[in-house]
Design a protein around this ligand. Sequence first.
Ligand code: ATP
Length: 440
Amino acid sequence: MSPQPAIDDMNTIVSLAKRRGFVFPASEIYGGIGSTWDYGPLGVELKRNVRDAWWRAMVQERDDVVGLDSAIIQSPLVWEASGHVAGFTDPLVECRSCHRRQRADHIADDTCPDCGATGQFTDPRQFNLMFKTFMGPVEDEAAIAYLRPETAQGIFTNFDNVRSTMRKKLPFGIAQTGKSFRNEITPGNFIFRTREFEQMEMEYFVRPQDGFTSLDYWREERMRWYTGLGLDPSRLRFRQHDADELAHYAAAVYDIEYLFPIGWSELEGIAYRGDFDLRQHQEHSGRKLEYFDDERQERFLPHVVEPASGVDRCLLAFLVDAYVEEEVRDETRAVLKLHRDLAPYKVAVLPLSRNEKLVPKAREVYDIVRARWVSDYDDSQSIGRRYRRQDEIGTPYCVTIDFQTVEEDDAVTVRDRDTMEQTRVPIAGLRSLLEDRLTG
Ligand code: ATP
């Protein structure tokens, strides 16, 4: 059977995200500002968890990669050297019928996706995607600055700083996460394509002869990261870029694609960029960026393999993939079966009611769990409704405090999100039980 998307309609997730406080339309009280989104209380936790999982895997658990946090606004000379001023463009066409603009490479059958007119497009012209602004108090040509369209260039310009201060030998990588900005012609599909988004990029520097081996290594490594965090392998695939599709700097590119409700789409690009970037910066800046290999007594420009992903797009894939509707006792239960490392809250503490006997005990339990995990405390509404809410926001464990807890056994009930199994455990053993289940 051919793979199916986890859900048919993106709106299922858009509305859950809004209803449960993950993602809101930006500037909503003013009618919104097209395709721009704000992350709510749960979204911000989920986003942090995605970024942290990437950082752990790419930096903290490795000996050969270090981190960086470079500025969003760099010298405009950086973007001239990198080729972005001249070439970071998408082909733009305008429909003569509805006057909407489209990306020429996203048009099928010469048909306008907005009004349905066919054969009405103007010839394509190249549209630069960089956001321009002015730096300092004077708004003239000399003060033009750009918001970075990718985080990678800040890594290349710091290559020598990092290499020398950290005494790094090849192969080694430099990773960073942070906001990037692209004036996309057709943003859309919720947070899949926006004009402001967050990237997670790593530049891995190798000897020239090791480029393709390293590309293979990073492809596998990155695919493992997604499946390890719970994405269904049948909804993931590699797609190699054809020669005519390759960016001018790239020797080979593989995308990791995910089967979104909109079809197979890029989640991450893994590019073998040769020495293009370091060479450009060396030529434009006049600063030597070569690496001296003291074993072989050779001087050369390292080659680079770049796994480049997006926090928002990953977050969308994780949400879509985790969403399940199940029939439980003639009722439909919606659950986000998020990996425990990604779930916004790991534990929810739920006193059976607001009864004054239960509340102090419940607060005591809450203090125990929140000292270790990002947790929620909820004493509103019926217990059934509270379970449903926690299921829908993906909380792996609910801990319930009832009258038996305070009157008899000083024990609580731990409910598992996925199996709905309930385990009675003494409060003294709660932390170690959760430790086993959440980290074991
Ligand atoms: P596309 O072809 O979809 O425009 P791209 O190939 O230009 O994307 P890259 O430059 O390879 O994208 O960026 C690396 C990653 O950054 C992408 O795989 C994606 O996860 C993320 N990304 C890029 N552009 C956007 C965007 N406009 N909105 C959200 N995420 C983005």
